[in-house]
Structures are given as structure tokens and as C-alpha cells.
Design a binder for this molecule. Sequence first.
Ligand code: NAD
Length: 293
Amino acid sequence: MAIKSIVVVGAGQMGCGIAQVAAQCGFEVVLQDLRMDLVEQAMALLRAKLEKRLAKAEITQAQLAATLERIRPETGLEAAAGADLVIEAATECLEVKTQIFQTLDEIAPVGVILASNTSALSITALGAATRRPAQVVGMHFMNPVPVMTLVEVVRGLETSEATLAEVTDLARRLDKTPVVVKDSPGFVSNRLLMPMINEAIYCLSEGVASPSDIDRVMRLGMNHPLGPLALADLIGLDTCLAIMEVLYRDFADSKYRPCPLLRQMVRAGRLGRKSGQGFYSYFDPSVPGEKRE
Ligand code: NAD
């Protein structure tokens, strides 16, 4: 079946980005979150991003209007009854996602693929929460979704070949490059990235260097486009902590111990860009968080 319509669950930074890319590529999209003000906030952000692209002549006014018209805001999951595929991009929490997958399994017709954008959680466990584990798969988009070309396609223990073929094809139709990996904590991307970010936070907490110097070392020395602390702020410190907790628990290896400073920052509500304050301050949107040389 050729996929034409997609329900995106969770209208945070990732859901919003996935909805934008899918609508730009001609798919009919439902963007869902718990409350209408959250979805409307996401739609306003999306419009602002498209207007920036229009100002740079990357898209036309007609393309901007058509993209927005293809996205329908919703607060319930009932739209899954008419969707060709669902991509869940809600908060990184196994209980939240399990509940969503159970509900989606009740609503979406048999055979409809339920994909999760989880950063680290077990796709096998999400599949087991449904009666269709063969149609449950990871579609791990990168942040920011409109810019980054990778989609890590995660194969759960029960994910079928047909499901993998369908979602790798879909990733290509979204102008992305799929890489198929096995279900394993953090997959490949966050098993490599997140311990580096965690170690950067240890460096900071031990007073080895300032945030901007830690980031400068990795940008100028390793050619990373963004330093690890600025990247943590972009990802969201709550998401970073949730990923480290999965690596620490599932590998049962102390090398993945989340840095206590990361935990403290999350407890203080310093979540990075999304809360206005992380390792850098973002209260004035005209001032970039990380000073560039
Ligand atoms: P976010 O905090 O920006 O947004 C999460 C959204 O999910 C919020 O709007 C919240 O209201 C909504 N939500 C929570 N419970 C829900 C429910 N039961 N039903 C519907 N919506 C619900 O988070 P994000 O950064 O967009 O991350 C979303 C997912 O994508 C997470 O699984 C995360 O690990 C993954 N991810 C994040 C990044 C990143 O860089 N931030 C990259 C790749 C994948």
C-alpha cells in the first residue's frame, strides 16, 4: 500500500519537524498532542519556519500555503483510524509511549505500521504492548528534522521484513537516508553520541573547563558543527537524561552513569532551549546560545 497519510503523535520539536517534512513532501498529516494550545504553538512555530524559508526564496507562497493546509491539528488519537502510518514522537518515557501504542493498537486498522521516534527505548517492548509487533518499528529522525538527512530505522525482535521495506521506502520519499539497525539501547546514534555529551557534562562539573571552552574544543578540534553542551541544549536535557538512564539500566554498565549535574539541571527545570535555560541562556532569541569565534 502506498502511504499517503501520516499521523504524528506529539507536537514537540521532533513531531513538529516530522510533520513539516512530511507535509512538504506531499503527505496528508495529522499533528496530535495532549492539548490544543500545544498543537497551535507547534503550528505557529512551523509557520514561522516556513516564512523564513519563503523570505530566503527557498519555497514559494503557494508551497507555504499548501504545506500548512496538509497539516491538521488534533488532540485525540482517533485520526489513527484513517491513517496509513503513525509516527509517535511524544516525550521520551516508556510508560507514556507504551500507553500511546496500546491506544493506537486499538484504533488503527490491522496492518497499519506504528513507528516510534524514540531516541533509545526498546522497539521490541513497544511492539509487545500491541497485537501487531510485526508492524512496530523505530523511525529515529534527527534534530532538526528538516535539516538532518538520517533516519535510523530500528528493527525490533518481531519487526517484519515488509515493515522494514515500507519504512525505508517512506524515509526515502521524505528525502531522508535510512540506515537499518537492530533494536539495542540507544541504537547506534545515541549509544555513541550521548556518552560523549554526558562526559562533557562531567568535564564541566569537575571544573575542567567552561561550557564555551568545552564546546570550542570539540568544534575547533574535532570539526563538530556544534559543541556537546550546545547540542545537549538543542536536544533537551530531559531527553538527554532519559537516554542516559536507558543506557545505564539496559546495559547495566557503570560507564553509562548519568552525570549528577545533568540530573540536577533537569530537576531545576533547566532543559535547554525549550525552557530558555540550559548550559547557555536562550531568553533573548536574538542572542545565539553558543558564542562563535
Ligand atoms: P518535546 O519535549 O519537545 O515534545 C514532546 C511532546 O510530546 C510534547 O509536546 C508533549 O506534550 C507531547 N506528549 C507527551 N505525552 C503525550 C501523549 N500521551 N500523547 C501525545 N503527545 C504527548 O520532545 P522532542 O524533543 O520532540 O522528543 C520527542 C521524541 O523524539 C522523544 O522520544 C525523543 O527521545 C525523540 N527524539 C528527540 C530528539 C531531540 O534532539 N530532541 C532527536 C531524535 C529523537
